[in-house]
Design a protein around this ligand. Sequence first.
Ligand code: ATP
Length: 305
Amino acid sequence: MTLIQDFGGVRVRAPGKINVFLAVGGRHDDGYHELATAFQAVSLYEDVVATASDELTISVTGDVDIAGVPEDESNLALRAARLLAEETGTRLGAHLDVRKAVPVAGGMGGGSADAAAALVACDALWGTGLAARELQELGARLGADVPFALMGGTAIGTGRGDRLNPALARGRFDWVLVESPFGLSTPDVYRELDRLREEEGAGASAPAVEATVLQALRAGDPEALAETLRNDLQEAALSLRPDLRALLDRGIARGAVAGLVSGSGPTVAFLAADAEQAKRLSRALRDEGLRAMRVHGPVHGARVV
Ligand code: ATP
């Protein structure tokens, strides 16, 4: 069976994510923080179309502002393709056409989704046939969120967030995301967290995902999940972007069962009781001039479409 499609290339779709729980522990010498997180992949997708070429090249288009996305060797999708080529020894090339829908520098892992999609697309295009476990291992070398974009669904991440265990989740969770006109750099948010902790003299305890989160996910119960949502980066993101606090209040006032900053922000994710409520909430927020979109989770990880 070949995965090359009629147009002579491979199209792969990979999801953005929401961290429904993110506990941040201490900082290691390599600069990374110890994490315990629960990820949910949501229905906002990046598409990467890989077509045969002599070299490795990239172009980026999107429904979101792509001004911050490099089109050079530093692009995560291109780095992913290059890593796969090096590891497998292939001399084949590819052109990667990246079509973005996940807000850039929004805390939803869009770049990581591009890397995951590029790995799967090039593996199929080049016929290198790596096992899922091998792709995961390459993904972890590109970025802590890449393995989850490959896996999708709902998962617990420890270490840098890249040691994954799938979690059981029933039913579907409905979310309304509000995009921000300016991104936040993930390293800046971690630095701010360190600064705030130092200022408060607060040490970081060993992070762990609370059992109540897993129960809520397993039960498919948004009200129960609302009680357990947690993001240790939220305070730091709000310190850098105080306007997000009013946005969180606004979503709750318009009926969300809970709201939180997604990952390092500044995208804000509101949890709704069901699809109907999410529809009403996104309409209300859009009427107020905000960029609100409805998504649901969990959804599949990177795969050929
Ligand atoms: P995180 O995975 O840390 O939550 P994020 O979702 O906040 O990241 P991304 O959109 O993944 O942010 O990108 C963060 C930065 O990575 C961008 O500002 C950009 O400079 C760089 N970058 C490299 N490759 C890509 C890519 N393919 N798409 C988007 N950004 C990229």
